[in-house]
Structure formats: C-alpha cells, structure tokens
Design a protein around this ligand. Sequence first.
Ligand SMILES: [Zn+2]
Length: 384
Amino acid sequence: MFTRRQFLKVLSLGGFFSFSNVELSFAKKYIPYVKRIRYSSSSKRTRIVFDLSGKVYKKYISNYMKHNYLVFVVKGLRTDRKKVYFRSKYAKYVEVIPLTSTKTKIRIKLDSPRSYKIFALKSRGKKSFRLVIDVFPDFMPLKLKTELGKRVVVLDPGHGGKDPGAIWPIHWRHPKYKEKNITLGIAKKVKKLLEKDSRISVIMTRERDVFVPLLKRAEIAAKSCADAFVSIHADSMPNHPRWRGVTVFKASPTLFAKATNTAEAIAKNVKICSDTMCWSITPVIVSLSSTVTFVESRKLAESIVKRLKANDNENIVKGIKDMKRNILVIKTPGRPAVLVETGFMTNRYDRKNLLKSSYQWKIAKGIAQGIKEYLRSLDKVAMY
Ligand SMILES: [Zn+2]
C-alpha cells in the first residue's frame, strides 16, 4: 500500500497502469473529485469554478487548444461526467470527462480561440479547494501560440503605418527615407537568421507597414511569454549631425519606478502568458518579475553588444545605455527586453549604411547572434 504522496508520484511519472480493486479503492479514498461546477458570466469574462474535494497540483495539469475547444487534462482528479451550459456570447459549455479513475479531462467549448487564465484557490472555511478558469472575450491570435519547449523571441520593428519614425531629409514634406522601413528591413533579417534554429520561434509585432500602438506591442510581448523582446529603431539627432553609431538600450530600475502604473496597467489589461499555463499572475508577481527583468535585460543587452562589436569594423558600436526616454515597449513586466538603435538617420555615414542591405544584414547578424547567446544562457540556469 502506498501513501498519497507516492501515489501522486506514480501519477507524475505518467504511469499508465491498470488498477487493481485495492488501488481503485485507494483512488476513491485519496484522489480528489469534482464536486460541483459553477460559473458566472459578464462582459469582461466567464469564470468557471470547479469545487473539488481536495487539492490538485499545477504540474499535473496540461492544456491545449484544439479547434474551438480549450482542453485541460488533470492527473490526480476524478469525476463523473458533467456538462454545464453557459449563458455567454463566446463560451458555450464546459464538460468534465473521466479519462481514468485518476485522470479528468476538462473541455470548454468556445466560439473561437479566446484568451484564458487558470488558477487555484485554497480551501478556506466552508469553501473547498477550487480550480478556476477564466475565459476572456478577447481573441487569442493563434499566431501567438507557440510550440512547447521552444524559445520565443518577439521582434519589434519600430514605428509603421502613419508613424514613419525618424525621417530624412527632415524638412521634406515627403521625406525620401523613413525609419519605419529600415526597422522592418532589419527585423525581417533577424527573423530569418533566428528561424534557422528550429528551437526558436519568432513573433513580430508587425510584419507589414502598419501602425501598431505601443501598448499593443507590450501586450504581444506579454501574451507570447517572450524569452526575449527586441525592439529595433534608428536614431535621429538633427542638431548633432556628426553623432553616429549603434547603441543598445535597456530598462533601468529608476525608469521603471517612474512608470508605476505601467506594470499594473498591463497586468490588468493583459492576460499574461495566456497561451501557456499561468498559475496565477498577481500584481505582486508582476512587480517581482520586473526586478528579474532588469537583470535579464542587461544580460540580453550585453550579449547583443558583444556580437555586434565582433562584426563591427567601423568602430560604431557604442555599448549599452539605460533608457532615459519613456519607452513603453521595454517596460513590459517580466520580459527581458532591449531596444537597439541601429544608427543615426541624421548622420550621413550611418544613413548610407542603414539603407544598404549588406549593412542591415550585418546588424541583423549581430542582433540574432546576441539573442541566441542569451537564450543559450537560459538553458544553463534554472528559469525563475
Ligand atoms: Zn524609432
């Protein structure tokens, strides 16, 4: 006879074993079951609450989205077949299905892929242990879904659409050169280079000449659970036409402190990492992860600068600076993020370079190699 802990360990090993009568009665005694399903629905979310007779563990839950079904498989939980229909515009019903005497499938029918969050609540007083799934009305682009085990890099080509970014000549009504085109050109090259590695999945905040608001960019970084977020820009300094060079900016704690509401605003509006298992994201966790972000962002910046310097024969790679301007994209909570200024549009040498495909490839190579080096460092240490 084994203890509950041993029993769960067997489950965790993925052990698919047939149960003897003794073991079945053991399951009945120790494996929690679904007592009741409740839900509430508002314009903001549909909340499904499973009242359980005992605790389930995050590590025994796997999930996936198939067609319009959001599916969770929970080991160490038993149930009878139950189905509850919702009065909701986007969620149709939830069903719990016994897979074995110790394994339960939760299936939620939606009208289209939606973002969601799953978390648990401890038993308190008369309330039993609860598993809660929130489904939000916002659409989850399938593109944001990435394969398990892959490192995710979000590339953010600055500006786009109605926002040209830096321009040249600066007083022309219809300037010949626009930053938005250069940033997209470089980002696409970085993407190509990174995707040669099958373990890396790349998401772009824009792939065309479209305007993407800053908050949307931060949202993409947060939702995709990016391991690295790299924003690509080109500088402009009309009063200092001799200024040139490449600089990698990272967020600084002081800047972050000034932007107190950003992390919370994002946490509130964005369901962080909605496509993977997110146990619970609270403002506390968000503020914790911002501290991690500074350290990780510095590491990412250092790797990129190192690789850019290795390809630099004009001595134009300046190094790392703290972000002074209020740039939202790199304040994304929990995502190591940097901003690369790839040169000055107002400097004639840099400008000539930036317009050349060969130079764009050179910069892209440095950025891609730096990102890869940073990702490798993640494999070596335990992630937070
Ligand atoms: Zn810019």
